[in-house]
Design a protein around this ligand. Sequence first.
Ligand SMILES: [Mg+2]
Length: 108
Amino acid sequence: MKLYPKLYLNNVKEITISILNKYKLKGLILDVDNTLIDYSKNLLEGTESWAESLKTKGIKLCILSNSNHKNKVEIVAQKLNIPYIYFAKKPLKKGFKKAQNILRSRAK
Ligand SMILES: [Mg+2]
């Protein structure tokens, strides 16, 4: 199965609860490089409160990164207090399945 974008946004923080509700999404699988962090490995400003806000509204978050730098991915995951998978080998399905299972296991 090939997946195609239904929505293009400028940055991850533009994903709001109303967009998620519109698409009936209860969880997000997040990339790290150039998504949660910039070229200088800095967490995008305001990302912590964005993640926290979605979590309080019941949205489950999980990082799925192709990076093999465990430490880099882990630091971001810890800052956002969300689970992570690194060295995910996207676009292979295995990592996405694993992330789905993590999201489901956290669903109430
Ligand atoms: Mg990326």
